[in-house]
Structures are given as structure tokens and as C-alpha cells.
Design a protein around this ligand. Structure first.
Ligand SMILES: [Zn+2]
Length: 504
């Protein structure tokens, strides 16, 4: 049995132990509540006391599965299971204690789009799950358990993991005492193979960032990211409509998945019979036959490949964005996205349903950590109404919370301009602006209302479009953007000062 399977079992066993204790104590607690108040004082120890990590570890040590595991890894797994339970208990307590007016409604719906304003949860916190048969779980090695020699990471013999070739770790002076690897994680991929992560501390790179210089990012599906700044530079739109771009990746994925689904349906006689009997079966009815419609191993491999391609694409885009921010001394990046997108993190059913789209939350997290690495502040705001309000007319950008309070669920908000076509927004006075630029400017304005008046720089209405593809291996972002100040390109006929378009 390999180490990841053992870890999964230990994780579950720990959960079983904790759950047993939890229910036992609850019974005890009930017994305590039945007592006369006078007697209760004598039994204050009857209140639920949860077992500590040491208790659990001591209990688990006698299990055969624990002896099969590497003790340090087993203890680490127990610690993580313990943390998962504690987090669940704490979030349940917060959730139950919440007194916000529509908390109950949110709780009932489960898949509510808006998090509860009181507690921030979109539904009842889920209990940690037990491992299914044959399931794998991550294992963590501390720095004393492995070494890096001759470009190979060597793990304990008991783990049975062959040395892994890690050529790039040598560049980061891994054997240098200043930047040692703190931890190695071996994480089973949801589709195929394993991820091996090497964790080490890095220092924030010092730049002469200026908090007054602000960049706004609007994320979307067609134009993956549109960025504007308040320094008068032309906006940039990162698009994926080229060879090796996002569109091609998605098309390949949809085609491949459709083919594999057809293959699976053809090879399974039960599905074939079902399809013959009910030729017009809807998607929802299919999901009732979920067992039949499970994804095959081949599909998992295709999905894994697609996820890695999208990851590469997002790394290229986020690197370009941060390079540009550093070149222009930008101290604050404001990113507009729907907080609900965070839910995509548990890449389960939802993730699979939306395979035609991009997991934007991954791009957000990449921009976040790369910004932090360069000492740039990152502000996340809800993108509600940023694409509807007119930037040139200085429309107010309301918060989503304002809208939710209306009983019919609709807002009677009216804005000065409107979107006339895909990618085109027209202001009150008929000035055309690229819709994503309008949205990005509104995102900046929502977080820093005085950002554009601060430098009194013109805002350009149309973005420069950069096609990004996964074959882009350039170490440094090209200077084609003209954002480094040297060769700022102007569109003289497209320059306008904000909020001066029609105020007279
Ligand atoms: Zn609540």
C-alpha cells in the first residue's frame, strides 16, 4: 500500500475517532443539561471537551495502519484532519449564531449566489468528508525527511517514492541555508498523477512602488483580462483568440470531452438502452443517472491536461500584468470579480459543468501572490454594476448589497450610457468606449474614487489587444506595451479627459 492511500485512511480514521468523541460528548452534554441546576455546578466538566491532537495521536498509534505509515507523515495527517474538524466546528458555530435578517433564507437555498451579510457563508458549512475506498490523500514531508542531491529530491525509503528530478530547484540555491525548502507536499491530482510541491520562504522584492499609481483589472471570458491605469497609458486587453490561446484550448477540450462521452455512452449497454428508449432525455434527467454518467479515466486525463494548459496561460497573463505594474511603479492593483467565483475552488460538479469557461479564480490567485511577491497592494472588489455604469458620465457604481434589499430582486438603477454591442459602450453624449475599458475604469473608481483626478491624465478609450498563448516561453514580458514610459504610444483622436465629456 502506498503512502498516499495510507494518508487517506489515517485522515478518515482520525475523523471517525473525532466524530465518535463528538457524539459521545454530546450525549454527555445532554445528560448534563437534564440535571438540576444545583447539581449542574458540580458537573461543569460535563461540557463538551474535544480531544486534542495529542489525544488523537495517542489513540491512533495503536492502529496497524499507523504503523505502516511514516510516523511523522501520519502525525501531520492527523494534525490536518484535526484542523479540518476544528475549522468546521468554528464555522458552524459562527453560522448558527448569525442573526442577519436573511441568513435563514441563504441557509435554506444552499446554493445562494450572495453570501450572508452577517456571517459571510453561502450555506451551511459542510462536515469534513471521509475517504472513499482506494482514495488518496496528500502527504507532507518536513525538511528533515528529504534531501536534494544531484538535482534529485530524495524521500524516505519507507515511502517508496523514487527520487524526483528537480533541475530548477538548483537555481534557487536550495542547498543554501538562506532559502531551504521548508516542506514538500505530494498531492494526488484529481485527474491523473501527482503534484509535487516544494515550499520555501521567499523575500518580497523591493520596488519603488507608488500607492498613488493605480491599476484596474476587469476579468472576463472573451477578453480574459483588461487592464487600465491612472497614468494615461493605453489600456491593454489580454485576449486568447489565437493559436494556443484560451479559445483554442476550450474548443479542443469540448470536442474531446464530447467524443469521450459518446464513446462511453456507446460502450455501456445500459446507457445505450436508455438513450434508445428516451431519445429526448434532458440534461437534468441524465444527471439522475449519475452513476452511469461518471467520468472515465480517459476523461480525467483530458481534464487534467486542459487544467495544466489553462494554468500555463494564466501564469503568462499574470506575469505580464505584474511586470507592467512594476515597470510603471504601480502600488495598488484593483481587481473586480464576483466573490461567488471563489466557490469554484472545490472543483467538483460545478467545475465540470462549466468546462466551456475559464476558472478565473485561478487567475485571481496567481495575480494575488505575484503582486504580494513584488510588494504591490491588491484590492478585490465585487464587480457588480461596473460594466453597466458609465465611466465617462461619472455614474455612481452601487454595491451589490444595495440591490439585494429590493424585494423583487431587481434594481431600478438607471445608468447614463449603455452597451450597444459586444465590447462597445456608448456614453450619454454618444462617446464610444470599449466596454471592458469602461468596466475596468469603474472598478478603479469604485475602490479609489479620486484615482483618475489625482494625476489628471487622459484616459484612452480603446485597448491594445495582446494575444496570449501557451507557447509563450519568454522569460521577460515584451516591451510592446509601451508601458515602461519610454515609448508611450498615443491615439490622438481617442484621448479624452474623464468626467469632462458632457458636464457642460
Ligand atoms: Zn448569516
Amino acid at each position: 500500500m502506498d503512502e498516499t492511500r495510507i494518508a487517506a485512511i489515517i485522515f478518515s480514521r482520525d475523523l471517525v475517532q473525532l466524530a465518535e468523541r463528538l457524539f459521545m460528548l454530546r450525549r454527555e452534554y445532554f445528560w448534563w443539561k437534564c440535571l438540576d441546576p444545583g447539581w449542574r455546578a458540580c458537573y461543569t466538566k460535563g461540557r463538551p471537551m474535544y480531544p486534542s491532537f495529542y489525544d488523537i495521536n495517542a489513540m491512533m498509534r495503536w492502529l496497524p495502519v499507523y504503523r505502516e505509515a511514516i510516523p511523522t507523515c501520519a502525525a501531520n495527517t492527523i494534525q490536518r484532519a484535526h484542523d479540518a474538524w476544528r475549522a468546521w466546528r468554528e464555522s458552524t458555530r459562527t453560522f448558527n449564531a448569525c442573526k442577519a435578517p436573511w441568513h435563514a433564507k441563504v441557509a435554506l437555498k444552499g446554493d445562494a449566489r450572495e453570501p450572508c451579510p452577517g456571517c459571510g457563508y453561502t450555506g451551511k458549512p459542510g462536515m469534513p468528508r471521509y475517504a472513499k475506498k482506494g482514495q488518496r490523500s496528500a502527504i507532507y514531508f518536513t525538511y528533515t525527511q528529504f534531501s536534494i542531491k544531484n538535482h534529485h529530491a530524495i524521500f524516505p525509503r519507507k515511502s517508496g517514492i523514487a527520487p524526483i528530478h528537480v533541475p530548477r530547484l538548483m537555481d534557487q540555491a536550495i542547498n543554501d541555508a538562506r532559502a531551504p525548502v521548508k516542506q514538500t507536499r505530494i498531492i494526488p491530482a484529481e485527474s491523473d498523477g501527482f503534484w509535487v510541491e516544494f515550499i520555501h520562504d521567499v523575500d518580497v522584492i523591493e520596488h519603488a512602488v507608488n500607492e498613488q499609481n493605480v491599476m484596474g483589472i476587469d476579468l472576463g471570458m472573451n477578453a480574459i483580462a483588461t487592464i487600465v491605469n491612472n497614468l494615461g497609458d493605453q489600456p491593454i486587453c489580454f485576449s486568447g483568440q489565437c493559436k494556443g490561446g484560451a479559445k483554442e484550448i476550450n474548443q479542443w477540450y469540448s470536442k474531446e470531452m464530447a467524443r469521450l462521452q459518446a464513446d462511453r455512452n456507446r460502450s455501456n449497454p445500459r446507457i445505450a438502452e436508455l438513450q434508445r428508449k428516451h431519445p429526448n432525455l434532458s440534461r437534468d434527467e441524465w444527471t439522475e443517472w449519475h452513476g452511469l454518467m461518471a467520468s472515465t479515466r480517459h476523461m480525467a486525463i483530458v481534464t487534467g491536461k486542459r487544467n495544466r494548459r489553462v494554468g500555463k496561460l494564466f501564469h503568462v497573463i499574470s506575469k505580464h500584468i505584474i511586470d507592467l505594474a512594476v515597470a510603471r511603479n504601480i502600488g495598488k492593483i484593483i481587481i473586480g470579480h464576483n466573490p461567488f467565483q471563489k466557490q469554484g475552488l472545490d472543483r467538483g460538479k460545478r467545475f465540470n459543468q462549466e468546462f466551456g469557461q475559464l476558472p478565473i479564480f485561478r487567475l485571481v490567485s496567481m495575480i494575488k501572490y505575484k503582486a504580494a511577491l513584488n510588494g504591490i497592494t491588491l484590492v478585490e472588489i465585487a464587480e457588480a454594476f461596473t460594466s453597466k455604469a458609465s465611466f465617462l458620465d461619472d455614474d455612481p457604481v452601487p454595491d451589490r448589497q444595495v440591490m439585494v434589499k429590493k424585494p423583487d430582486g431587481h434594481s431600478d438603477m438607471t445608468f447614463s450610457g449603455k452597451r450597444v454591442a459586444r465590447g462597445l459602450y456608448v456614453s450619454k453624449h454618444g462617446i464610444h468606449i470599449h466596454a471592458d475599458v469602461n468596466a475596468a475604469c469603474n472598478i478603479v473608481r469604485k475602490a479609489c474614487p479620486d484615482a483618475f483626478t489625482r494625476h489628471d491624465m487622459p484616459v484612452k478609450l480603446y485597448p491594445r489587444r495582446i494575444n496570449v498563448n501557451i507557447n509563450d516561453n519568454s522569460k521577460k514580458s515584451p516591451d510592446i506595451f509601451g508601458w515602461n514610459g519610454a515609448g508611450v504610444r498615443h491615439h490622438p483622436d481617442r484621448v479624452i479627459y474623464p468626467h469632462q465629456s458632457g458636464s457642460n
